[in-house]
Write a protein that binds this ligand. Structure first.
Ligand code: SF4
Length: 492
């Protein structure tokens, strides 16, 4: 059993050191010297090996794992960027051979060069990937991501809805997005503790300097506010050394607080050498010596973000304050009308007992549609009707009923189960549209269908099934008396 699984199972606080693989012997040697310590403040160490962080050409986590001179407790990541189900399945035996049985599964952020409307890039969604691995390797330790640093209702509500699906799909623990808002850290913990079977939460952290914060401002899903930047700039204005010292002390205070809150561990990013690691260890020991309750911790955390002459830091974007449990938004009249129109049309055309549904089913299951030319014509017909109306890409297995009639292919990553973590104030990571999952959230709330967004796990679409009509399969399955699972339902 892996070290991480054992530690989480024993409720032992853990420290996961993030390693982004690059072909640099110095980086590998530096990480190995840290890992040789085996513990941070008595907490067991595991290395998390990033996947496709910069591009699809990055060194793979398994190649990186094989490049260490000695075996390390490791948590490889799997990113769904530009990947299909088969890519994931192919990785599993390689992990078996390497003795690895734990995996953090992510959809992944935007692949560089992916421009919506140009060459399509497929993302294997984390929920579907979790289902695949859970089925293939029932005993593995599987992790998933959660981004609670959302400040408008649709954005945040949709994140938590999708997180419920990740738990149902088999996640054993969740790692949070990098973040600094302690109220959001607590919120995520309260959310998890209300789940039927709560799982450990791990917080992702990084010592923040002005340079890093400026870089993180550009990273999708990470919230860095102007007042945070002001404090960091003021620290830098004193001296670079002062700024680095403060950032390490602040990280130590944050780790101490998260442990007191009840987090299962921390995932540390940006600690690159043994000297930094040891300095952090000293700071954590100092912080723990005088911060033994959350009441003692809260003013210390606030002080770590104060500089003379500057107002108190705000971790939320200006004008956006949403907290889990606040419920204000509703769908627009057009959004509701659209939903009712589509669900009505679905009930009419695809009800196998109604005369119209039976007639339509008879028509689209004639043998002529199984020929190459017939299939092409039917595909063109479905696409011609649904593309202008819904943005349909004729994926071959229509999921509209499970997505409140908002086509998943209108999400640039093609996500069906919910949003990725990269949204900001309801805007898509790609910046060119409102996140379709925010629209779904609003609609679900207004038409009393929220359970659709938490309960229906939608598998991935196979590449070979794309670009054909989904209609015959729906009616063929129905005629055979097979109960059609939700992922195989179709509409329109
Ligand atoms: S078949 Fe349905 S889910 Fe698939 S692309 Fe078309 S509208 Fe979207």
């Amino acid at each position: 059993m892996g070290l991480l699984k054992t530690s989480l199972g024993e409720n032992q606080f853990v420290c996961i050191m993030e390693f982004v693989p690059k072909p640099s012997a110095e980086r590998f040697a530096a990480l190995e010297s840290i890992m040789a310590r085996t513990h941070l403040c008595g907490w067991p160490l595991t290395v998390a090996i990033g996947d496709r962080v910069a591009s699809a050409l990055d060194m793979s986590p398994l190649d990186a794992f094989g490049s260490f001179t000695k075996g390390l407790p490791a948590l490889p990541h799997f990113s769904g960027k530009a990947r299909e189900r088969d890519d994931l399945l192919a990785q599993l035996p390689r992990m078996d051979a390497a003795g690895l049985d734990q995996l953090l599964i992510l959809t992944g952020d935007r692949l560089p060069g992916h421009v919506p409307g140009q060459r399509p890039v497929r993302y294997l969604e984390s929920v579907a990937a979790l289902q695949v691995v859970r089925q293939a390797r029932p005993d593995w330790l599987l992790g998933a991501a959660l981004n609670p640093f959302k400040y408008v209702e649709e954005d945040g509500g949709a994140q938590y809805f999708k997180a419920e699906k990740k738990l149902s799909a088999g996640a054993d623990f969740m790692t949070l997005q990098l973040g600094y808002d302690d109220r959001k850290h607590l919120e995520a913990l309260h959310w998890m503790n209300r789940q039927r079977a709560p799982k450990p939460l791990i917080a992702c952290l990084m010592a923040l300097t002005h340079g890093r914060a400026s870089m993180l401002e550009q990273v999708a899903g990470v919230t860095v506010t102007p007042s945070m930047l002001e404090v960091l700039a003021a620290e830098l204005a004193v001296s670079k050394q002062h700024a680095q010292q403060r950032s390490l002390q602040r990280l130590a205070v944050q780790i101490t607080g998260l442990k007191l809150m009840g987090y299962a561990g921390v995932h540390l990013s940006g600690i690159h050498d043994l000297a930094q690691f040891e300095a952090l260890e000293r700071e954590i020991e100092a912080a723990q010596a005088h911060l033994q309750t959350l009441e003692q911790w809260a003013p210390a955390w606030a002080a770590s973000w104060q500089m003379p002459g500057l107002p108190a830091v705000r971790f939320n974007p200006a004008g956006a304050y949403w907290r889990l449990g606040e419920s204000h938004v509703s769908a627009s009249p057009q959004e509701k009308a659209r939903y009712y129109l589509m669900s009505g049309a679905h009930a009419l055309m695809f009800n196998r007992r109604g005369w119209l549904g039976r007639a339509f089913g008879w028509a689209v299951t004639r043998p002529v549609w199984s020929t190459a030319n017939g299939a092409r014509v039917l595909h063109g017909l479905e696409r011609g009707i649904k593309r202008p109306m819904l943005g349909c890409d004729t994926c071959g297995r229509c999921r509209l009923e499970d997505t409140l009639y908002i086509c998943p292919e209108t999400c640039p990553k093609g996500l069906a189960n919910g949003p990725c973590g990269g949204t900001s104030l309801n805007r898509c990571e790609f910046g060119d549209r409102e996140c379709v999952h925010s629209v779904k959230y609003r609609t679900a709330k207004s038409v009393n269908k929220s359970a659709v967004l938490t309960d229906r796990l939608i598998p991935s679409i196979e590449v070979q099934g794309r670009h054909r009509s989904s209609w015959p399969a729906w009616f063929d399955a129905a005629r055979g008396g097979v109960r059609v699972p939700c992922e195989h339902r179709t509409i329109l």
